[in-house]
Design a protein around this ligand. Structure first.
Ligand SMILES: O=P(O)(O)OC[C@@]1(O)O[C@H](CO)[C@@H](O)[C@@H]1O
Length: 302
C-alpha cells in the first residue's frame, strides 16, 4: 500500500475556455470539479495502475465534505482528518485554443496545533504499514514549515521510504527528514537552492539528507541525482495539452518504481512517460493511456 499525504486538500475546479478575455465575460465551455491537491492526483494515477493506495489529508467544512464525497465516489480509500476550517478550492483556467493554463490556488484553511497533532497520530499508524509514503503539495496555514521533515522522519524511523514533492520553505526543510526521493521541478529547485546548475542544487539537497533528488524539467525530461549515479531522461517529443498534474503523475511513477523496486533507469522511464501522458489528459490526476504506451519505449535514459 502506498500512503499519499495532502495536507492542503483542494476541490480542483477546471474551466476550459477557447481563449481568456481579461477585459470581458468568459463563457466557460467545459467545467470539471473534483477532489485534488497533489497527493490526491498521485493516488488517482497509482490506483489506475492497479496499486493499492490510501489518501490522507486534512479536510473541513462544506468544501472538505465535497472533497471526501468525490474521493469515495472515485473508489479511493481515504483516511481524512477533520478540521474546523473550510478546505480550499483551486481554479485552473485552461485555454483550449492556446493551449495555456493558469492556476489560481487558494492558500487553504487555518489548521490548529491540536488538529495537526491528531493528523500526525493517525499518519504514524498508517505510515507504519505502508510500503511507501508520498507527501505532496503546499501547506495550509498554521502548519509549521518543517512539517514535511517531521512526516518523512516518522516514515524513515519505520524504514518506510518517502517521496516529497514540495516548493519553497517546505522543500528546503524536507531533506532533514531523510526522504528517499525529493521531486522538485526546475523552478522550485532553483528557488530552494539559488545559484549553480540544477545538478548542483540536487547535490545540495542530497547533502542535506535526501537520498535521491529527481528534477522534472517539462519537455526536457528528468534529471536524477541518486546514490547510484546521475541519470538523464530525455523525451522523444513534446506532448501538447494541460500540464497541471503532470508532476503528480510523474511522482506516481517514481513511487511505483520505489516499491517494486525497479532499477533507476526503468523508474525514470516510467515516471517521465506518465508525466507526458498526464499532459495529454484534460484534468489533473488522469493520464492518457495511448500516449503513455507510445512515449514510454522512446524515452532515452543516459
Ligand atoms: O497549491 P498546491 O498544493 O501547491 O497545488 C495544488 C494543485 O494546484 O496541484 C495540483 C497539480 O499538481 C492540482 O490538482 C492542485 O490543486
Amino acid at each position: 500500500m502506498i500512503l499519499t499525504v495532502t495536507l492542503n486538500l483542494a476541490l480542483d475546479v477546471t474551466y476550459q475556455v477557447p481563449r481568456v478575455d481579461w477585459d470581458g465575460v468568459n463563457r466557460v465551455g467545459g467545467v470539471h470539479r473534483r477532489a485534488g491537491g497533489k497527493g490526491v492526483n498521485v493516488a488517482r494515477v497509482l490506483a489506475a495502475l492497479g496499486q493499492e493506495v490510501i489518501v490522507m489529508g486534512l479536510a473541513g467544512g462544506p468544501t472538505g465534505r465535497a472533497i471526501e464525497a468525490d474521493l469515495r465516489a472515485a473508489g479511493l480509500e481515504c483516511a481524512l482528518c477533520g478540521i474546523a476550517g473550510d478546505s480550499r478550492t483551486t481554479l485552473a483556467v485552461s485555454e483550449t485554443a492556446g493551449p495555456r493554463t493558469a492556476l489560481f490556488n487558494e492558500p487553504g484553511p487555518e489548521v490548529t496545533p491540536a488538529e495537526l497533532a491528531d493528523f500526525i497520530r493517525r499518519y504514524t499508524a498508517l505510515a507504519a504499514i505502508a510500503d511507501a509514503v508520498v507527501i505532496a503539495g503546499s501547506l495550509p496555514r498554521g502548519v509549521p514549515i518543517d512539517a514535511y521533515a517531521t512526516l518523512t522522519a516518522i516514515a524513515a524511523e519505520r524504514d518506510v521510504p518517502a517521496i516529497v514533492d514540495a516548493d519553497g520553505e517546505p522543500l528546503r526543510h524536507a531533506p532533514k527528514g531523510r526522504p528517499a526521493v525529493v521531486k522538485p521541478n526546475a523552478a522550485e529547485l532553483a528557488r530552494a537552492v539559488p545559484g549553480g546548475t540544477l545538478a548542483d542544487g540536487a547535490r545540495a539537497l542530497r547533502e542535506r539528507g535526501a537520498e535521491s533528488v529527481v528534477v522534472s524539467m517539462g519537455s526536457d525530461g528528468l534529471l536524477a541525482v541518486t546514490g547510484e549515479g546521475t541519470f538523464r531522461a530525455r523525451m522523444p517529443y513534446t506532448v501538447a495539452g494541460n500540464p497541471t498534474g503532470a508532476g503528480d503523475s510523474l511522482v506516481a511513477g517514481l513511487a511505483l518504481g520505489l516499491v517494486r523496486p525497479e532499477p533507476w533507469p526503468d523508474r525514470l522511464r516510467r515516471a517521465a512517460a506518465l508525466g507526458a501522458a498526464a499532459v495529454a489528459a484534460p484534468v489533473a490526476g488522469e493520464f492518457d493511456q495511448d500516449v503513455y504506451t507510445a512515449v514510454h519505449p522512446l524515452i532515452v535514459i543516459t
